[in-house]
Design a protein around this ligand. Structure first.
Ligand code: 45M
Length: 326
């Protein structure tokens, strides 16, 4: 079995959305390798909360089964969150189908999800140990389908030109160039976590002292790195400075930015060309960088700002992360 869906950049440029069919109902969900819950907007929310979203209606699905007394409650790294009840239903992602997938129906969502009209919920693709369902944590879609897949993998090929895809069960070699380099993942963290001990700026490589690990997180928009690395990068950008009003480093959009690369394990330097560093404009002349600080936390987050420049393989059986150029 295999499945393939488009990953389309949302209007806000901050996330990618993919169509998922649950009990015959189609929703646009954010595939998130940084969390492990599949939750959706549900008709239990108020119409003000639902707004333009698609909301799952359990009473309209002939295959939905409530899990009596089960609940979920989640908060994400950016402070957004959701909570609600739990059931099972048939989930189809591009033809890959799980018949009894735990789906989490939101009865409350944070304001960020209400105002982001593009996302009808998330599909968690980190390890099931992080699932928030009480009293019994549930398995992710990938965990449930892995044994049925032609290969126990899923891949992310995110593009800003709207041609991105997620694929389950196969590694499509037409989607990348050069070698695919695999790195061991520390699954005990619950994340797709690996070592990253060096970086390069404008082609010059630096080793990090007391290097914190990194995670591959498709649910985070930016590249959130140690302050040491971020300061080193923006010291090479004359007009750059930390602007507390927007909460990050900004610079003149006319700057000719240096290339940047971070190590993924010992065998791969993941590069972002200088032309691909900017995340968004702040005003007519100022730009906001895709490289920002993780405020010194114990892990670096390699989000879409990095991942969209690469072909990424998540190998669930051998706990490896594959990276290639594209
Ligand atoms: O929440 C996280 N990733 N996913 C999403 N962010 C926003 C919506 C979804 C996240 C994961 C790991 C670490 Br460490 C910090 C943050």
């Amino acid at each position: 079995e295999t499945g393939e869906v488009a990953a389309t950049p949302a209007d806000n440029g901050a996330e990618y959305l993919s169509p998922v069919t649950i009990g015959g109902q189609k929703l646009n969900l954010n595939f998130d390798t940084g969390s492990s819950d599949l939750w959706v907007f549900s008709t239990a929310l108020t119409s003000a909360e639902i707004g333009q979203h698609s909301a799952f209606n359990p009473s309209k699905s002939s295959t939905y089964k409530e899990l009596d007394g089960y609940s979920f409650s989640l908060s994400y790294g950016d402070g957004s969150g959701a909570a609600g009840v739990v059931g099972t239903d048939t989930v189809d992602i591009g033809g890959a189908t799980v018949t009894r997938q735990a789906i989490e129906l939101a009865t409350s969502v944070s304001s960020a999800f209400v105002s982001d009209a593009d996302s009808d919920g998330l599909v968690g693709l980190a390890f099931s140990t992080l699932n928030s369902v009480s009293p019994t944590p549930q398995k992710t879609f990938f965990d449930n389908i892995m044994s049925e897949l032609a290969q126990p993998v899923f891949t992310a090929s995110l593009d800003l030109d709207g041609s991105g895809t997620y694929e389950f069960g196969t590694i499509d070699s037409s989607k990348f160039t050069g070698d695919l380099e695999f790195t061991p993942v520390n699954a005990a963290s619950g994340f797709w976590q690996f070592d990253s001990s060096c970086y390069s700026i404008g082609g010059k490589t630096y080793n990090r002292t007391n290097a914190t690990p990194a995670i591959a997180d498709t649910g985070t928009s930016l590249l959130l790195l140690d302050p040491e690395v971020v300061q080193a990068y923006y010291s090479q950008v004359p007009s750059a400075n930390y602007d507390s009003t927007v909460g990050g480093y900004t610079y003149d959009c006319s700057e000719n930015l240096p290339d940047f690369a971070v190590a993924v394990g010992d065998n791969y330097m993941a590069n972002i060309p200088g032309s691909g560093i900017t995340f968004s404009p702040v005003d007519s002349k100022t730009c906001f960088g895709g490289i920002q600080s993780n405020s010194g936390s114990d892990v670096q987050i390699f989000g879409d700002a990095l991942l969209k420049h690469h072909f990424v393989v998540f190998h669930g059986e051998s706990n490896l992360l594959g990276m290639a150029a594209k």
